[in-house]
Ligand binder design. Structure first.
Ligand code: GLC
Length: 528
């Protein structure tokens, strides 16, 4: 099996993790200092959100340079030092590559908008009218009213799928395609092991289509893969394709496109099942997911740096989830919910741990979001999605141990709420407490590494499990794990399959027959 198929990924927002030089903003050398922690937690792959130069109107997803680092993060030398240390520990580094668009401050766009005759004009998508491609949806519906913005200087509209400050690149131009190969090569040479391809479904536009997952886009992604296979074999592409199942699966193609794709289909169904205390939505979606081609894998996740997206559920389900998980309007954004995992669970760490147990036992390679392993809170008073990107809470000292700068200099305030401030939630305290959420998650992560077959093994649902219980076995022929989860706050009775079952964590033996699960309890058992 390839390394990425059974790895534990950790998504980290570099500005938030650790500030090594006291300027109030996290940096690459800060991350390097914290690799001991990540290794202790059992992380195999460190995923860095964008570190390139950027005016930061979309936190680095507005690219000003594909090569220069944003000065906040350090220098290319710091990147090298980080990557070396990651590799020295047997870990891998995944970085974001924003393929769809740049910032309007990128030199290409500045040059392109200078005049219609600029050699860079064709790097972007222009039109005399804002009426082209009317079938294409607007993604950032809270901020944008059109995917076209008028450029006064040159008298045409430019195309953008996201903020108007992020013009889309024109992939019909072979030079743009070459630029991306160049960027891939640059970061591979520097040691990147994998790339998250940001917003990859939207690379091409065609009349009469919604501009998503077009054949041309797949062709280009396959070219990227072929480029890597030829020049940097083993380098992995992880796609951010927030698409319906029938459109998501083709990103794996015949195993010759992306090796990995985020599982945007399973994620919302986990929350829906929990809300309804009914395993049916989750069971259905897992059951309906076809097997992947050889060498491909899902990246599964509970939360990330964006809103909890509800784009891929029906309007009725979206409303149901919004009402339950984001009762206040300021907790919502676009078609999603801008909250972290622990607050979504009303601070109930039993539920948080139970969801982690699901994440770590369902098929796929799990991606943890920084801070969620200690149950960090969020701050909806901050704009956009910034409320889930606050400084990591290392201890209960000044600035939660994140930075030595004066608090007023921090890029964002440390969470100060009564339930989630650093005195209540921090790494040091949880490391010292064997019963903490952090230890519980670590225990699961380490146990997962001992159990074969969790990455791809078959899922069998326990027949007759009560609705509030998610109960399945995972097996790869040689091994069988039984995972039980109680989605409800009431005791539930399940019937264990024939055989003798040993608890993975406390080694207690249970025979087949009735077994009682406490409120939100989860169990991992292996067949003896
Ligand atoms: C991706 C990123 C998101 C960003 C968007 C536009 O969806 O995850 O944070 O705003 O792309 O670049």
């Amino acid at each position: 099996m390839n390394w990425y198929e059974d790895s534990i990924f950790y998504e980290l927002y570099p500005r938030a993790f650790c500030d090594s030089d006291g300027d109030g903003r996290g940096d690459l050398l800060g991350i390097r200092q914290k690799l001991d922690y990540l290794q202790w937690l059992g992380v195999d792959v460190v995923w860095l959100l964008p570190i390139g130069d950027s005016p930061l109107r979309d936190d680095g997803y507005d690219v000003r340079s594909y090569y220069q680092l944003h000065p906040d993060f350090g220098t290319i030398e710091s990147f090298r030092m980080l990557v070396d240390e990651v590799h020295a520990r047997g870990m891998k580094l995944l970085i974001d590559l924003v393929v769809n668009h740049t910032s309007d401050e990128h030199a290409w766009f500045k040059e392109a908008r200078r005049s219609k005759d600029s050699p860079y004009r064709d790097y972007y998508v222009w039109s005399d009218t804002p009426d082209k491609y009317p079938e294409v949806r607007i993604i950032f519906i809270d901020t944008e009213t059109s995917n076209w913005t008028y450029d006064e200087g040159s008298g045409q509209y430019y195309w953008h799928r996201f903020f108007s400050s992020q013009p889309d690149l024109n992939y019909d131009n072979p030079k743009v395609q070459e630029e991306m190969f160049r960027a891939l090569a640059y970061w591979c040479e520097l040691g990147a092991d994998a790339f998250r391809l940001d917003a990859c479904p939207y690379l091409f536009e065609r009349d009469g289509t919604n501009g998503e997952s077009l054949p041309e886009t797949h062709d280009f992604l396959k070219k990227m893969r072929a480029f890597l296979d030829t020049n940097y074999p083993g380098t992995v592409l992880l796609g951010e394709a927030n698409q319906m199942p029938e459109d998501l699966l083709p990103y794996f193609s015949d195993g010759d496109e992306m090796q990995m794709s985020f599982n945007f289909i399973v994620m919302p169904q986990i929350y829906l099942s929990l809300k309804r205390q009914d395993h049916t939505p989750l069971m259905r979606v897992v059951r309906d997911t076809p097997p992947l081609p050889e060498g491909c894998q899902w990246a599964t996740f509970l939360r990330n740096h964006d809103e909890l997206t509800l784009e891929m559920v029906t309007p009725e389900v979206r409303q149901e989830m919004w009402e339950h998980y984001s009762p206040y309007m300021n907790q919502r954004i676009n078609l999603g919910i801008r909250r972290r995992l622990a607050p979504l669970m009303d601070g109930d760490l039993r539920r948080v741990a139970m969801l982690y147990s699901l994440l770590l036992t369902l098929p796929g390679a799990p991606v943890l979001y920084y801070g969620d392993e200690i149950g960090m809170g969020d701050d909806v008073s901050l704009p956009d999605r910034n409320g889930v990107r606050t400084p990591m809470q290392w201890d209960d000292g000044p600035n939660a141990g994140f930075s030595t700068a004066p608090a007023s200099k921090l890029y964002a305030p440390v969470i100060a709420s009564a339930d989630y401030n650093p005195a209540k939630v921090n790494v040091a305290a949880q490391m010292a407490d064997p019963n903490s959420l952090l230890h519980t998650i670590r225990k699961m992560v380490l146990a997962r590494k001992q159990v074969s077959g969790l990455a791809h093994g078959a899922v069998e649902w326990l027949p007759n499990a009560p609705k509030p219980v998610v109960a399945f076995t995972r097996s790869d022929g040689s091994f069988m794990l039984l995972a039980l989860h109680n989605l409800s706050g009431d005791e539930q009775m399940v019937t264990l399959p024939p055989g003798s079952w040993r608890d993975v964590f406390d080694a207690t033996q249970t025979a087949a027959g009735s077994f009682t699960l406490g409120a939100y309890e989860w169990r991992w058992m292996v067949a003896e």
